[in-house]
Design a protein around this ligand. Structure first.
Ligand code: PEP
Ligand code: MG
Length: 908
């Protein structure tokens, strides 16, 4: 089969569009290639070029960096075609064509992979460039930049060698800035750079670069092009790209495309410029032009933060750039109405003419995502459903991020740009390695850098917050931090950082911060404070509420399929109240064992450890008293809403003293001459209770069968609380859930006890109590006999933590720290099954739902394991297993509401 590996874009020699790709070809052409093709298709000014597919990269790397058959011929043909279209040739001595060679993967990986600009220059073509532009300084500057970039990117030559040569040249020339170097200086630098190249590259490793027995900088443009493409392919697997993919869940086997594109120059004088922009403000979503440009600059200068940029809004008023600025505004409009989304673009203006180098749907903060979705809905660009679909549930976490407490008092130490929202407090570190090391020791750190670069990714991941002294809101630090949801303040110009000395002086103050000093940053306001500012978490208001209310309309609409409900896992009134504010409809899981901790631990200990019947009875009565109080409070809070209360679940030894600590205590008291016989008896009893596999031991419903006093007491407390509240006029709706059922008889016997107690309490109080009794399904056997169990249960709630543990045979206490990371690394597993539901475990859930519903159509089904708050799992629970609700911790409730609506939309 003949697979097309090279796709053209842009115009031919007659100005006719010859584009072969489109934006739907993301996985073939990469994001950049696909969108270049799309822009060319809709008539925007795109410099012509061609894209080599991602699949070619995969094949090339998979074969150990060997070119698949025929590809080099295809590239040569595409090069010849491009030369024909442009009427120029690479390396031509009269009128040379120059190209850029850029990576472009299916998912945006900003700054992670390599780029080579000005390719095609050599000693002959530089003369052609001088002739064409009449600007010898520009031509020599382009040539020296090319050698520098090519050497670094393609051959890995130490970039400092070139920077040192430039620094020496400036000293010799008696100038301070690069831009003061003359054409003659730059011409000399080109020679020096070629020398550095020849001295640095290993001849044996690169025989293709050897001429007359010595390494030479390649002058053949076709060789330059082949090597540059190879380097871009290779950069897919560089360390920072691999780390970025891991962080962002991007598969390793997609590969990157390579875009070879005619160069346009933003550095041809004061009517030339280059910039990056967004069609709306990506930080807060405001509909305004947002971004930076630099006059007379090339490519990466803007994001590198080397020179101070100007705001894009000023472009239209810059002499010589007015027309291009107006064109850019028109392009913004075309892009938004075409993509129906906020776009992020890179452009260059060459001598007054605008060229689009890239566009994609832009990354944005959660705040901006909400505002843009709502605004675009009211502008008629998108539907309500589309607005809901567009919000990434995981991003909502950003909104729940901490902020500076408004009532806190602090002095502002410095101000920078509010690059990524959220506040962070941590110890100052000046390098990524230090950030990683200190955070591994359990310290919270703020990474303070002059500017970040892609190698800083690991430090940025480890840090609570990021501060840079240079760079704008589209600088590397800002873009990456926003993507990660990490607070970031950038461009804090008063910070005079000395990374080597690990200190920073603050201009205009006496303050000097050293490594380890604590600072606070607020990425929403750009404020920096010395010391720790108290943080608070935001309330859900405004845009978030609007989107969530739209999400609720969608997920609860029964006219198109079953409603998707969201409940909360809460076991105290404060959490229950918070969850109601977050929009939970009911309590899906109230774990009662937490009600036995703290000062109450001694009561349950007396019950378990005592042989004395009266003492045990006293303990049970005391537990009954305190549990009734708990349930009164909780059921009052939840009046009118269901509240599923689980009977005691964990292994009893969790309530007992640690035997090792007790042994130490006995030895200590014995040495002090005290009587330790009672302690010894206690230890003996604890030893009797000890189990080799407590997770598979005396827990869940087994406790209720072995110690019937416990469920008796708990159900009495639940029912009594309900009866009292009813008499007070409330509407309590408790439901009793029996955990860890594997055998139908466990359910039958426990249900008998539960119903008997409920009837007794109802009679005692003279009220009717209708308390459903259900089963927690969290063992594979229960799923298999779900039809049998369903005859004795009013509902099933899936405990997917235990179900995952028992389906895999992975201990949920140990697996995540011991071997799951290795399984993920070695790709034995694609995702952590304790985080995102595994398909086989999901199949068990589905089986139990199907069997249960067939047997008992009135039942309801929910999920209350950790997976109930994971967006990817939520979609599967609703759309594959067909459950009625998910239940999760309070802070995940908004995320679950959105994911549940998205599940409904996906099922439509
Ligand atoms: C579960 O097993 O999924 C569950 C919710 O119960 P727990 O985590 O308390 O065992
Ligand atoms: Mg469980």
């Amino acid at each position: 089969m003949n697979v097309q590996r090279v796709y053209r874009f842009g115009t031919d020699e007659h100005g006719a569009d010859v584009t072969e790709g489109s934006s739907s070809m993301n996985y073939i052409l990469g994001g950049k290639g696909a969108n270049l093709a799309e822009m060319a298709r809709i008539g925007l000014p795109v410099p012509p070029g061609f894209t080599i597919t991602c699949q070619t990269c995969v094949e090339y790397s998979g074969a150990g960096n060997v070119w698949p058959e025929g590809v080099l011929d295809e590239i040569a043909a595409a090069q010849a075609d491009l030369e024909r279209r442009m009427g120029k040739r690479l390396g031509d001595a009269d009128d040379p064509l120059l190209v850029s060679v850029r990576s472009g993967a299916p998912f945006s990986m900003p700054g992670m992979m390599d780029t080579v600009l000005n390719l095609g220059l050599n000693d002959e073509s530089v003369q052609g460039l001088i002739a064409q532009t009449g600007n010898d300084r520009f031509a020599w500057d382009s040539y020296r930049r090319f050698i520098q970039m090519f050497s670094d990117v393609v051959l890995g030559v130490d970039a400092d060698l070139f920077e040192n040569a430039i620094a020496s040249k400036k000293v010799v020339a008696g100038v301070r800035s690069d831009s003061d170097l003359t054409a003659a200086d730059l011409r000399e630098l080109v020679e020096e750079f070629k020398g550095i190249f020849a001295d640095s590259v290993d001849a044996e490793a690169h025989p293709e670069l050897v001429v007359d027995g010595a390494v030479r900088f390649p002058s053949d443009p076709s060789l330059q092009l082949r090597l540059a493409i190879q380097a871009v392919f290779g950069s897919w697997m560089n360390e920072r790209a691999c780390l970025y993919r891991k962080q962002n869940g991007i598969p390793d086997d997609l590969g990157t495309a390579v875009n070879v594109q005619v160069m346009v120059f933003g550095n041809k004088g004061d009517t030339s410029a280059t910039g990056v922009a967004f069609t709306r403000n990506p930080a807060d979503g405001t509909h305004e032009f947002y971004g930076d440009f630099l006059v007379n600059a090339q490519g990466e200068d803007v994001v590198a933060g080397i020179r101070n940029t100007e705001p894009i809004a000023d472009l239209k008023t810059k002499p010589g750039l007015e027309e291009a600025g107006a064109s850019l505004e028109r392009v913004f409009g075309v892009l938004e109405s075409h993509y129906r989304d906020m776009c992020d673009i890179e452009f260059t203006i060459e001598q007054g003419r605008l060229w689009m180098l890239q566009t994609r749907v832009g990354k944005r903060t959660a705040t901006a995502a909400l505002k843009i979705a709502i605004d675009m809905e009211s502008e008629g660009l998108i539907s309500r459903e589309e607005a809901v679909r567009r919000i990434d549930p995981k991003q909502l976490d950003q909104l729940l991020h901490p902020q500076f407490d408004a009532s806190a008092e602090y002095d502002v130490l410095a101000r920078g740009l509010n690059a990524s929202p959220g506040a962070a407090v941590g110890e100052v570190v000046f390098s990524s390695d230090d950030a990683v090391a200190r955070s591994a020791e359990g310290h919270k750190v703020v990474l303070v850098r002059w500017e970040t670069n892609p190698d800083d990714l690991k430090g940025m991941v480890a840090a609570e917050g990021i501060l840079t002294s240079h760079g704008g809101k589209t600088s590397h630090a800002a873009v990456i931090a926003r993507g990660m949801g990490t607070p970031c303040v950038c461009g804090v110009e008063s910070f005079r950082i000395d990374a080597a000395a690990k200190e920073v002086r603050i201009e205009g103050s006496d303050v000097v911060l050293h490594e380890g000093d604590v600072i606070s940053i607020d990425g929403a306001t750009g404020i920096v404070v010395a010391g720790a500012v108290p943080l608070v978490t935001a309330e859900l208001t405004g845009a978030l509420e609007t989107i969530l209310s739209w999400a609720d309309e969608i997920r609860l609409d029964e006219s198109c399929g079953r409603a998707r409900h969201v409940r909360v896992n809460a076991d105290n009134p404060a959490d229950a109240e918070l969850a109601l504010e977050f929009g939970a409809e009911a309590i899906g899981l109230c774990r009662t064992e937490h009600m036995f901790l703290g000062e109450r631990k001694s009561i349950i200990q007396s019950f378990i450890l005592s042989d004395d019947v009266e003492e045990r009875e006293r303990a049970v009565q005391e537990l009954l008293r305190v549990q009734t109080e708990d349930f009164v409070e909780m059921q009052r809070t939840m009046s009118g809403r269901s509240m599923v209360i689980r009977l005691i679940d964990p292994p009893l030894h969790e309530f007992l003293d640690d035997p090792r600590e007790l042994e130490v205590e006995i030895a200590r008291r014995e040495a002090a001459g005290e009587d330790v016989s009672a302690l010894r008896a206690r230890l003996a009893r604890i030893d009797v209770m000890a189990e080799s596999n407590p997770m598979l031991g005396l827990r869940g419903v087994r406790l209720s069968i072995v110690f019937p006093e416990l469920p008796l007491m708990q159900v009495r407390a639940i029912a009594t609380a309900a009866a009292r509240l009813k008499l007070e006029g409330f509407d309590p709706r408790p439901e009793v859930m029996v955990p860890l059922v594997a055998i139908t008889a466990e359910c039958v016997q426990t249900r008998e006890v539960v119903e008997r107690v409920i009837a007794e309490v109802a009679a005692e109080h003279g009220v009717a109590l209708d308390i459903p009794v259900g089963t927690m399904v969290e063992l594979p056997r229960a799923c298999i006999v779900a039809d049998e169990i369903a005859r004795h249960a009013d509902f099933f709630c899936f405990g997917t933590n235990d179900l995952t543990q028992t389906a895999f045979g992975f201990s949920r206490d140990d697996a995540e720290s011991k071997f799951i990371p290795i399984y993920l690394h070695k790709k034995v597993l694609e995702a952590n099954p304790f985080e995102t539901i595994d398909d086989a475990v999901l199949e068990l859930v589905k089986m139990a739902v199907d069997k249960g519903r067939a047997e008992n159509p009135g039942m309801h089904f929910g999920v209350c394991g950790e997976h109930g708050g994971d967006p990817a799992s939520i979609v599967k629970f609703f759309n594959v297993a067909d459950v009625d609700y998910v239940s999760c911790s309070p802070y995940r409730v908004p995320v679950a509401r959105l994911a549940a609506a998205q599940a409904k939309l996906a099922a439509k």
